[in-house]
Design a protein around this ligand. Sequence first.
Ligand SMILES: CCCCC/C=C\C/C=C\C/C=C\C/C=C\C/C=C\CCC(=O)O
Ligand SMILES: [Fe+2]
Length: 664
Amino acid sequence: MGRYRVRVATGSFAFSGSTNQVQLWLVGQRAEAELGMQLRPTRGQMEDFEVDVSEDLGPLLFVKLQKIHLFLKDAWFCNHITVWTFEKSMEKEIVFPCYRWVQGDGIICLPEATAWTMGKDVQGLFQKHREEELEERRRLYRWATWKKGILLSVDAKSEKDLPLDVRFHENKKIDFEGTLIAGMTEIALKRTYTLLSSWSSLEDFDQIFWCSKNTLAKKVRQSWKDDDFFGYQFLNGVNPTVLRRSTSLPTRLVIPPGAEEIQIQLEKKLQEGCLFEADFSLLDGIQPNVIQGERQYLAAPLVMFKMEHDGKLLPMAIQLQPPCSSSPVPPLFLPSDPSLTWLLAKAWVKNSDFQLHELQAHLLKTHLVAEVFAVATMRCLSGMHPIFKLLIPHLRYTLEINTRARTKLISDGGIFDQVVNTGGGGHLEVLRRATACLTYRSLCPPDDLADRGLLGIPSALYVHDALRLWDIISRYVQGIVHLHYSEDKVVQNDPELQNWCREITEIGLHGAQARGFPVSFQSRADLCYFLTMCIFTCTVQHSGINQGQLDWYAWVPNAPCTMRQPPPTTKDVTLEMVMATLPNIQQACLQMTISWHLGRFQPDMVPLGQHKEEYFSGPGPKAVLSFFQEELNTLEKEIVARNKNLDLPYEYLQPSRIENSITI
Ligand SMILES: CCCCC/C=C\C/C=C\C/C=C\C/C=C\C/C=C\CCC(=O)O
Ligand SMILES: [Fe+2]
């Protein structure tokens, strides 16, 4: 009974509006009212109207909507519906978030925005809605085993099979596909340009080193041979995930006869606590690719580093293959070796680092893990659930980019098969091995960085920024969790949440409880830690691992995608051997293009914590989000100030450059 003002907000990106008419209902605790056919939603608009309702609806619970079409079904992207009621001359605003496509002619039911766990709904007002919603979502988002031994993924053969709500919007799709076309055109031009020229010296890589390069890429081209630059990359480059402080000399480090001096030096550094290692044993025994009939080669190196007083990390020795009883002790390559020998040994390390970076650190530990969070969230948490509202902005576009990776990147005949030496199946085995040793601790920087002995190193900028961001995210998460869970018991008694946790660990992560992942949450603290890990992985960690592809992979000799000759077993290395080993022109061009495609700034990127969607209602969650944004802003300023004094600014974890979800 009374007058209602209704506002319908439509999305602002291409095709958000609809030529179809929309029918609305207000559903209250006592009755519901059909509002009549009121509008054709227009892109980017807020459309307001007022209605008089004769029945007493009671407190409003839902808005229902249905799109009616005559001929053409025209999907509509509804942001939210807001209703104002007037009671005793007081105006009350009630928001019904949507942020979804309204398709077909089914009725969509939007509950009021207050986040409710099931336990809070003592009257069971929303129980039926939640059950139906989750039943529908479980039908739409199904688990699939893409390849045995790898994390489960969403069931979609191509991006076209995905529900429209998780597809790229038109602008993102055009940008993504347009960039690929531009990249392929660039390769064709480079191929034409290099057709008649020779490919016999390292400087010949300059012939393709145009387009897709930036200031840091040019610096890489200048300095890639320097040992301190090589070491720097293990701390602050595109892959800061392999390095660890040595606690003993690695067992695989068998010292060949005549190299006893290096053992003494290594032991000295170990005693001083400044010996570090990067071990690529995970690649040992992986079958290398065959590209266009030509066998490629792989190594599984170990690099030993020392840290100088000024924070520089310098390589001391490289062993390219682990020792094996049937072969002579592998040589140790040293900085004192002939310069080309040492350079080739370092190039082998960087090729191995490329594999672990892209397959383990990037694909598995950000993209695929985030996909598990996304599928479990869609299947287990109602849109009314506070944790759904917290996480959903951090899951945008992840299902589509991963589906594209499975069809174009790591697929049969995909980019890995075409130009990477683990391609042709080895890359799947690397993913399997990496999955088998994926631990919960390794996804949580306070644990991971402590386990790797990397705390308290002033020159470790990734470490510093990652830990600051972890703390900031953890306070944000705690703010939201504490608003909705008054005590540990409420966490323990939340069936949707517990089911979400179990589904992630037991199903999506493929039985990962043995590796420390929880199967239930017993306390608010448990829950906060896990959610911090989820958001950190989908935002900070991915940005730290993804953006550098553009900088560090454009100058191909710095991180070759494949190696065409076996690793050297002696120290006699010639320029011909180096050039015959590094990628050929075609492979190098594709590496540059794809690295640019994936690492460049995304025009529609949403920075961390800056999403515009308001899933929550009320002042509490708003204040928590504002505080999160303030803390990010303060960190932004600190990082900018710090970077001003550095030769090589570390910008990947500057909050304004961190994307709110994995979209590329
Ligand atoms: C040779 C350089 C390859 C570097 C990239 C390797 C791994 C990246 C890991 C995760 C990226 C995730 C998603 C990207 C998905 C698809 C885009 C890639 C290629 C598209 C090619 C195409 O669509 O034709
Ligand atoms: Fe990525």
